[in-house]
Write a protein that binds this ligand. Structure first.
Ligand code: NAD
Length: 486
């Protein structure tokens, strides 16, 4: 049922959406069985169509994002939601010949004669993709690229928090692809739950760890393989030699992209204790010199809903109530309910039990936590859940290499933040509570492929040795193996 807190479609609408989902899945399953292995050329054609779809709907995408977020920068829509997936599709199309090629594997000729072995990536079948609200196109169409590259049929379920983007996505997809190849199911929470009960050949879920747990349970019921792209608290460790304007610009940039509503935003910074004040001064100078009037500008994305805005305001109110040093980087009036723009605030050295140090912030608040030694900073990161991304700023490469060696995260950037997530060639995903599995690049292609191991018999083998009743051939094979092992 729809509430002010959760904009679920009403039950009747969801009922229709669930019936439609069943039809969509049945249609795609029948199509998969009839044509289970699209050619390289067909897949490249689909990827080209996808890139063209994004480029030709550029202005509608900008409008839909502005409608759902209150304010959304057109340039950010172009960079991240249009050019990002379009470039990723072009990259996949270029690489596809080598990704789809069967890969020969070693065979012992003494036992298998002239037999051959290879790995043949095969489409998994009908794949589901549950999408969050923060990047409604990049996180729906992005993974669709590797899903199509792998030869699958795909059903996308957008978030109920971005209804304009969801409607547009459905229109774009239905205009571009046959419905038995790609389709979109739009609805509320009831539809979302029904989506997880489908016996997908693979299910991708991107969203919060809490819901991710529910998805994993539902998938386990049917032994559906899942990729979980989750969130968490991504740290940035700034080392002694890197408390400078450029590092701080990089960190603040991730708080300003989507106003912090990004899974790989810097969630909190770790800074040498004696450099905390310098960090805060450089951040304030950056805000004044390079981001004047940011909060009221068209560069500042609105917080997606009043519900999310209130959550972020509660985190700040809690920090104030606990007597923390909260420093907004600009003076801004209380947010307007239609634009929901919030300024970036630093919270200097907050206590570890403060709510904003316990939960993912997903908004424009940056805790700056003091450390006394790099050892302590690494321990602090390792005492929390494994992050989706980790950032280290160090001029000395041995220091950044040491931090990378001693921590675990889904991805990482050195002397920059979030850039690894923009590269089509790098795998993207989490570790532990921030997720499992990968999309982007060849790892995404493999994630959505069935990597079938194939043996083709040749001549002159001794495979009869394995078949009972065991006779002299089996004994000869065993004797030869022990003799060879010494
Ligand atoms: P969410 O978990 O609330 O919702 C994501 C999707 O799950 C939506 O489509 C929603 O309809 C669906 N959903 C919600 N409840 C469901 C249920 N019980 N059963 C089935 N489906 C359900 O997440 P959100 O608020 O949209 O996204 C924010 C979170 O996503 C943050 O934690 C962020 O870090 C994470 N995130 C991760 C990545 C990544 O690539 N790892 C990318 C973006 C966001």
């Amino acid at each position: 049922m729809a509430t002010a807190e959760h904009p679920t479609a009403d039950t009747v609408q969801d009922h229709h959406a669930i019936e439609e989902l069943e039809e969509i899945v049945a249609r795609q399953r029948a199509a998969f069985l009839a044509d289970p292995f699209p050619s390289l050329e067909e897949r490249q054609g689909l990827l080209g169509a996808l890139a063209g779809m994004m480029m030709s709907h550029r202005s509608e995408i900008q409008t839909a994002l502005s409608s759902d977020f209150g304010v959304h920068p057109d340039v950010a829509a172009d960079l991240i939601e249009v050019l990002g997936p379009a470039g990723r599709a072009t990259y996949a199309a270029e690489q596809l010949g080598s990704w789809t090629a069967s890969e020969p594997r070693a065979v012992d000729p003494a036992l298998y004669g002239s037999g051959r072995a290879f790995v043949q990536p095969q489409p998994k079948g009908v794949v589901g993709n549950i999408v969050p609200w923060n990047f409604p196109f990049d996180l729906s169409v992005g993974p669709l690229i590797e899903m199509l590259a792998a030869g699958n049929r795909v059903v996308i379920k957008p978030s109920e928090y971005t209804p304009a983007c969801a409607e547009l996505l459905r229109e774009m997809i239905r205009e571009t692809f046959a419905r038995d190849r790609v389709d979109v199911a739009v609805g509320g929470l009831e539809l979302a739950r029904a989506f997880t009960r489908v016996r997908w050949d693979h299910l991708l879920y991107t969203g919060s760890p809490a819901v991710g747990r529910e998805i994993a349970k539902a998938a386990a019921e049917q032994l559906v393989p899942v990729t979980l792209e989750l969130g968490g608290k991504c740290p940035a460790i700034l080392t002694e030699d890197s408390i400078d304007a450029e590092s701080i610009r990089q960190v603040l940039a991730t708080k300003a992209i989507k106003n912090g509503q990004m899974c790989i935003s810097v969630d909190y910074c770790l800074v040498p204790r004696e450099r905390l004040e310098q960090f805060a001064e450089l951040a304030a100078a950056h805000a004044t010199d390079s981001m004047p009037g940011y909060c009221a500008s068209s560069s500042c994305t609105g917080i997606v809903s009043m519900h999310h805005l209130e959550r972020i305001e509660r985190l700040l109110a809690d920090a104030h109530a606990r007597g923390c040093d909260v420093r907004p980087l600009e003076d801004a009036p209380a947010p307007d309910p239609t634009s929901r723009q919030l300024p970036i605030s630093l919270v200097i050295d907050p206590p570890a039990d403060l709510a904003l140090m316990q939960e993912e912030i997903f908004g424009p608040i940056l805790p700056v936590v003091a450390y006394d030694s790099l050892e302590q900073a690494i321990d602090l990161v390792n005492s929390g859940e494994r992050p989706l991304a980790l950032y280290v700023f160090a001029k000395d490469e041995t220091v950044s290499a040491e931090v990378l060696r001693r921590t675990t995260s889904g991805g990482a950037s050195v002397n920059s933040a979030a850039v690894h997530g923009a590269l089509a060639s790098l795998p993207f995903g989490g570790s532990g509570q921030s997720g499992s599995g990968r999309h982007h690049g060849i790892e995404g292609f493999r994630e959505f492929s069935n990597l079938r191991g194939v043996f083709v018999r040749g001549e002159g083998d001794l495979i009869e040795a394995f078949a009972p009743p065991y006779g002299p051939t089996a004994q000869a094979v065993v004797d030869a193996a022990f003799a060879a092992a010494g």
